[in-house]
Design a protein around this ligand. Sequence first.
Ligand code: SAM
Length: 284
Amino acid sequence: MGNQAGLNERIRHFYDRSTAIWLDTWGEHMHHGYYGPDGKEEKDHRQAQTDLITEFLQWGHVQNPARILDAGCGVGGSARFLARVLNAEVLGLTLSPVQAERATFFNQQAGLGERVRVEVQDVLQLKVDQGPFDLIWSLESAEHMPEKRRLLQVFYDTLRPGGTLLMATWCHRETPPAIMEKERNLMQKIEHYYHLPPMISLGEYEQMAGETGFQEVKTADWTNSVAPFWPAVVRSAVTWHSLAGLLRAGWPTLRGAWAMQFMMRGYRSGALRFGVLHAKKPNL
Ligand SMILES: C[S@@+](CC[C@H](N)C(=O)[O-])C[C@H]1O[C@@H](n2cnc3c(N)ncnc32)[C@H](O)[C@@H]1O
């Protein structure tokens, strides 16, 4: 518990400090963009980010969820998008009070204050009576959470029977062959700079989801589709305006910016993967 409290505190601090600069240079979506199946489509980053959400919804065959949990919601970019396109009510959870405060402001500004609520809460502490949800959406947040098996159990317990889990997360490549020392060093750098517990493979998530009781578990590797994202972030960071913002944001954000090179190296080498998972809680 002590370790987890320490990890959550570091995550909170990282997002509290880096959210303003991200909002300033990139906007409300704090996740990769989708650049076509082979990553070759050229597009504006905002378009790429909303395309990722649309592709993910299509891939997951999501239909008319009335109540959605956005587990690890940032400033609520996905939460508002989902509320609009699916006409749903959304609860978003983040560890960062700064993000929750910004999200609440944006929800009201968008006229969604009644339907989208963002709170500061650890997803792993979610209570059954906060559900049930028809859809649980976890976009680039599960990699921050230790105890993946417990996370899947929490999702299972708070989904309505027949409800859907959609998770997109950073993973290490499948094994065997075993992860080599060079790969492990690289993954450890990514984990260190972005405050992640040790990553697992997509295959491990898939197996755990099945063991938790989920059905219709399917996964896909979207690494090629999202890999152009980091070079785009680096290009946008190398402007005087962004560099000044980086300096103002302070040490945790500078470290995060420094670590972008490890993300690119991770994708290039194949050690780091971007995985998506779909699973359904059986109808009882
Ligand atoms: C990379 S951001 C992604 C944000 C959002 N899903 C998006 O795509 O814009 C990761 C988010 O996960 C949240 N997070 C990480 N661990 C969490 C936890 N244990 N409970 C709640 N939120 C968590 C962070 O606070 C942050 O908002």
